[in-house]
Structure formats: structure tokens, C-alpha cells
Design a protein around this ligand. Sequence first.
Ligand SMILES: O=C(O)c1cc(=O)[nH]c(=O)n1[C@@H]1O[C@H](COP(=O)(O)O)[C@@H](O)[C@H]1O
Length: 300
Amino acid sequence: MTAHPSPDHHPATRPSGPQTFSGEPFGARLRRAMDERGPLCVGIDPHASLLAEWGLDDDIAGLERFSRTVIEALAGRVAVLKPQSAFFERFGSRGLAVLEKSVQEARAAGALVVMDAKRGDIGSTMAAYAEAFLRPDAPLFSDALTVSPYLGYGSLSPAVALARESGAGLFVLALTSNPEGGEVQHAVRADGRTVGATMLAHLSAENAGEEPLGSFGAVVGATLGDLSSYDLDMGGPLLAPGIGAQGATPADLPGVFGAAVRNVVPNVSRGVLRHGPDAGALRGAAERFAEEIRQAVTAG
Ligand SMILES: O=C(O)c1cc(=O)[nH]c(=O)n1[C@@H]1O[C@H](COP(=O)(O)O)[C@@H](O)[C@H]1O
């Protein structure tokens, strides 16, 4: 007789967790979280230098303590937490185990989790990356994933399809915050459009008809100055890194994003994290950024 696994059976490598699809697409969940908590996204970026500043060793115990401290301080307050996968991958399989636990704990505590792994590959491999982060029973299932479209936007289709199916979202690198990004993203194509504008147009098509907000976002740096030549109103969220350590401020947001500022999810990582390890100080820093963002967005 064949033994049937119980309905809640998961292979040992796929622990069950809070990762069940609520039935509501990412864009709608994000809109609500932004309305209720404000739009701030805090990064979980355990730089070696921050571990040292926090009095932690640059080892797996330090990594775990760092990540847990950020989650305990902020997951019940901010709309989004964004773990940067590289800082966990640095520690190999044990770092990935900390990342898995962090994602699950942050989601269980009420934050949406954007996994910052910036994946991008040929379509058939992209399908595996999508399974790793966007299939609801995957150990690293996250509410959304950052992806790179620079193997061609179409190479992302398996991730788009799985995100739609599982109620997850994507943030596609369109106009990145770093000064080197322009040589690729501002390059002008034969049709006269820049590469970055082309990515925004693809996303606009993806989000067509989605209310109140589409699930297919763009990454657009808060550091970039006037972007009025770009159509940023593409129906989805705009993840805006660069505030704090990279020099942008909340007051810059209306000037960079114009009317699309209402869909901006401003990210701050080091600007908040450098206030740790005290939970109250982390919360205070996040609250100050959140308040400055609220004032800037209201005025803009
Ligand atoms: O996708 C991202 O999150 C991202 C895109 C981008 O254009 N620029 C950028 O800084 N990021 C990430 O956003 C975070 C910014 O960190 P801080 O400069 O410490 O606030 C880092 O985790 C970066 O990897």
C-alpha cells in the first residue's frame, strides 16, 4: 500500500511557515500597508561594518542577532522590510537559514517582505529563481523580489507569471540609484526611447487595469534628480533606494517623482541601521524618516 503524505506534509527542506497566499495581489496588500503604516521600507543589510558598530562578531550568531533585532524593532511598524540577500549569502548555507527564518518572522510580525536578490537570467533559469522566491511553499517565499531585466525584459516572464499566480510582486531595476547605472539605463534605443523608459513601459503594460496598485514595480533611485522626462506613473509601486547613506533625503522625493510620489516606497537601510542595536533608537530613526517622508509627500 502506498503511504500518502498528510495534507500538511512538506519535504524536510521546505518548512511550513506563514507563507500562504491570502488571495490578494501584492499591489493591493502593499497599498493598504502604505496607507496604514506609511510607505517607508527599511532594509535589513547586515554589513560587516554595521555588525562591528553594533558590537557583534562577523559570524552567524552576529548575523542572526542583527536581523532579529531589526525585525523585533520594526516588523510591527513599517510597511516593508527588505533583506539584502548578499549579506546572508556571505555566510553560506547557515546564512541562508538565517535569511529564511528572518523572512518568515518578519512576515509573521506583519511586515511585507521584499527580497532584494536582484535576480536575472535566461528564461529557463529565471523560472528556477522565480520558484525559489515566489512559489508559496518555497522556504524563501517573499511578498516580492527585486529582479534585473538586463537580459531583456522578456527573460523575466516566468517570474511575472509565477508572481501573478502566487499573489507576489516584482521590483524591476529600471533607473538604479548608483552613478554607474546611467550608461545602461539612460542609453537611447533605435526607437528613441531610453532603456530605462522601455522597462517602465513594460511595467505599465503589466499593471494595466490593476486597482488600487499593480504588483509589478520599478526600482527608481531617489538620488537621480529630475526625472520628468520619464513616465513614472506606470500603475505600480516605485521602490526608491538612496535615501540616507547615498545622499538623497525625503525632501527630494517630490522633485524626483512628481505626481507618482504617491506610489513611492522609499527605502532606507544604513540610515536607520546605524542607530542600532538599541531597539528604541532603531524605531526612533525609522519614525523620523517616516515623518519626513510623510511631510514631503503631503507637500509634494
Ligand atoms: O534594489 C535595490 O534595493 C537597490 C537598487 C538600487 O538602485 N540602489 C540600491 O541601493 N538598492 C539597494 O538598496 C539598499 C540601499 O542601502 P542604503 O544605501 O544603506 O540605504 C541596498 O540594499 C542596495 O542594494
